[in-house]
Design a protein around this ligand. Structure first.
Ligand code: ASP
Length: 350
């Protein structure tokens, strides 16, 4: 492999989509406003101390991440694909509310990624005195630019950096709406921790396949639904959900290690859905741990009904992985096989 020159100034593209981080208090009116990222270096002068080339790209208008949709994911993929060879790494500033969905979706849409794509944001606007935004932004940029001794990027993955932790994007969940420690990766170790130094957990970091190219994907299909089981759930509700016109896949949030009530009608409804071509994926309602179908009697009917295991997938990841795979219009057996495969480090198969 060609050895890269580690002395060239790293180039980072900072993409601002919106969210709390990009707000600043207008000194005259006192109101919070989106700040102009073209003047980023004026607002965060600390960035000048990096010897990096930092360019910025701003969504016009910036959006609250609750409004993030499939078209925005495709837009981000387009920006990264267009600029892929020109930059060493990418930082995406994003509202925290749906950041885990975007990170999960991008991990599939940017296949065989060889460069860091680091999402970050903040709980307090960057213009506020106690903001967490500056540390998140500065460390995310440093991680996006970091190279090993061989000149290769330290973390060629889609990640979320938040409150001193770098996490694999498709393993994250937003866990707190108030504290700075807003994200957790319950089922996979952190990829790096930022203290006095940034310490990388190199064994946990995924590397691209050198024999395959980077490929950007744009097609995603939103015909997915999440169905959460609860004691007392009624057949009419399950029937209505499984018969939504155009529905192609269901993320079924079960109990514990993937268990469901042993109701005859539930098995029949799920079986009918599977037979009509709808893929049902079993993930647990527990934040931590995995589905083990067949471990308890209460999950056997699900296996019989054609439900596939989502292993230790987060809900955000199961939903976006299905959207990504459905976008490829795969036949059902292939779709089942792909849901059972580890595509971007998103599941742990024992
Ligand atoms: N509502 C905001 C958003 O997700 C919250 C944040 O930025 O943290 O866009």
């Amino acid at each position: 492999m060609e050895k890269k020159d580690a002395n060239i100034r790293p180039r980072v593209l900072l993409i601002y989509t919106g969210g709390t981080i990009g707000m600043i208090r207008n000194s005259e009116t006192g109101a919070l406003e989106n700040f102009d990222f073209a003047h980023l270096l004026d607002q965060v002068p600390e960035l000048r101390r990096f010897d990096y080339d930092i360019s910025t790209y701003t969504f016009q208008p910036p959006i609250d991440s609750s409004d993030m949709g499939l078209e925005h994911w495709a837009r981000l993929v387009g920006i990264i694909e267009k600029n892929y060879t020109h930059y060493d790494g990418f930082v995406i500033l994003h509202g925290t509310d749906t950041m885990a969905f975007t990170a999960s979706a991008l991990s599939f849409m940017l296949e065989n990624l060889g460069k860091p794509v680091i999402l970050t944001g903040s709980q307090l606007p960057i213009g506020m005195l106690r903001t967490d935004g500056k540390e998140n932004l500065i460390s995310a940029i440093e991680i996006a630019a970091a190279r090993g001794e061989d000149g290769e990027p330290m973390v060629p993955e889609v990640c979320i950096y938040f409150k001193e932790k770098l996490m694999r994007g498709n393993r994250t969940t937003k866990i707190n709406s108030e504290q700075f420690n807003a994200f957790r990766s319950f089922n996979y170790p952190v990829l790096a921790t930022a203290g006095i130094q940034i310490r990388y957990n190199t064994q946990a970091i995924r590397r691209p396949d050198p024999a395959s190219p980077f490929r950007a994907h744009y097609l995603v299909d939103p015909n997915v639904v999440v169905l959460t089981l609860f004691p007392g759930i009624q057949q009419s509700l399950v029937h209505a959900v499984l018969n939504i016109p155009g529905l192609k896949a269901v993320v079924l949030r079960t109990f514990g290690a993937g268990n469901a009530p042993q109701l005859k009608w539930l098995k029949e409804e799920l079986k009918a859905a599977s037979e009509s071509g709808i893929l049902v994926v079993n993930i647990t309602q527990c934040q931590s741990g995995s589905v083990h179908m067949g471990l308890y009697e209460t999950s056997l009917p699900l296996l019989d009904a054609g439900v596939v295991s989502g292993y230790d997938s987060t809900p955000e990841c199961a939903i976006t992985k299905l959207m990504f795979l459905l976008g490829h219009k795969l036949p059902l057996p292939r779709l089942r096989e792909m849901m059972n495969s580890n595509l971007a480090g998103e599941i742990t198969k024992d």
